[in-house]
Design a protein around this ligand. Structure first.
Ligand code: 13P
Length: 347
């Protein structure tokens, strides 16, 4: 039942789920691509996007032997939540049976903020409490909401930052009341010609506003997970900051902006190559002594190579699963700062 009050029981459950999501050596697989996004991914391998191909691909991911060793949770899209394995076990139930927590992307995508130069707000707050109830019934343990901000051309504006921080906090409060852990994702896009210092300043500003709104909305920090972008140079900047610089700038910005009560920070990959996303996480974990677990919730950086090997052909299933397992294992090692380049030479 939805309740306006966060009972001790709900709070304990939220804390427990959040801790399990950032269990040692594990991270989250983001497999919540919306219809248009998965079509874009399938286009790159020449596979038509249909209910059947999407089911086959998601089954490949979720049935990968050994994946539960490195993956604590999977973020699903609404359609996938209602799909089943070929043996007719609903995906959320199948994942839970493997000890993997199923989660659900609950935002409904982006819309223009009128009067701005193409800044975006995230939709989906209307009716969210009722939808949450439905997701909980099918076994979701957590949810995700993505806000998007862009650097450059006088962006982000105060309006853009405030609207996104407010929506993230409203979503997080509603999600916790349904007993699900909110993944709060304020993504600052990597696209642009800005330098890393600008990204660091904007990251601190955005995170500061997000946590101020979360406090106002009485969100229990111990029962949420932050999913941010790393502090990097814009992809169009001529001097790309190296791995160590990215790790240091990210940790510096986060120590100033993210309360220690948050159990985990799970990064998105945001267009970084698979290896670079792993190397960045590894470097941050090597720096040690952060109050939060530093983990991953990658979409592309976990799946890109798997898709290329699969190509929509059932004959490639086993090789594609090995490719996914290998990426998950590399990121699992990066959780301890134990990832090495030599690990890439195995597959
Ligand atoms: P990427 O790792 O591909 O950025 O995706 C993560 C995600 O969930 C974006 O919302």
């Amino acid at each position: 039942m939805l309740t306006n009050k966060l009972t001790r029981e709900i709070i304990n459950q939220l804390k427990e789920t959040a801790q399990a999501m950032v269990a040692p050596g594990k991270g989250i697989l983001a497999a919540d691509e919306s219809g248009p996004t998965i079509k874009k991914r399938f286009d790159t391998i020449g596979v038509e996007s249909s209910g059947e191909t999407r089911q086959a691909y998601r089954e490949l991911l979720f049935t990968t032997p050994g994946i539960q060793e490195f993956i604590s949770g999977v973020i699903l899209f609404d359609e996938t939540m209602g799909q089943s394995t070929r043996k007719e076990i609903l995906f959320p139930k199948f994942l839970a049976g493997r000890g993997i927590i199923p989660g659900i992307k609950v935002d409904k995508g982006l819309t223009l903020i009128p009067g701005t130069s193409d800044e975006k707000a995230t939709q989906g707050l209307d009716g969210l409490a009722e939808r949450m109830e439905k997701y909980r019934e099918v076994g979701a343990g957590f949810a995700k909401w993505r806000g998007v901000l862009e650097i450059g051309n006088h962006k982000p504006t105060r309006l853009g930052v405030d609207i996104n921080a407010h929506a993230l906090a409203r979503y997080a409060a509603i999600t916790q009341r349904a007993g699900l852990v909110p993944i709060v994702e304020p993504e600052i896009l990597i696209t642009g010609s800005h330098d890393i210092e600008t990204c660091e300043q904007v990251s601190k500003w955005v995170l500061g506003r997000v946590f101020s709104e979360l406090a106002q909305h009485r969100v229990i920090l111990e029962g949420m997970i932050l999913k941010p972008s790393m502090v990097t140079s814009g992809d169009g900047h001529p001097d790309q900051a190296d791995i160590e610089t990215v790790a240091k700038a990210t940790i510096r910005a986060f120590k100033q902006s993210v309360p220690a009560a948050v159990p985990g920070v799970v990064f998105l990959s945001g267009g970084q190559s698979s290896e670079l996303a792993t190397a960045h996480l590894n470097a941050m974990n090597q720096m040690g002594c952060c109050p939060w677990e530093l983990s991953f919730s990658y979409g592309r950086a976990l799946q890109e190579k798997t898709l290329l090997v699969w190509k929509g052909n059932a004959d490639n299933l086993s090789m594609a699963q090995k490719t996914l397992l290998h990426r998950a294992e590399c990121n699992g090692a990066a959780r301890y700062g134990n990832y090495t380049q030599a690990m890439e030479e195995v597959v």
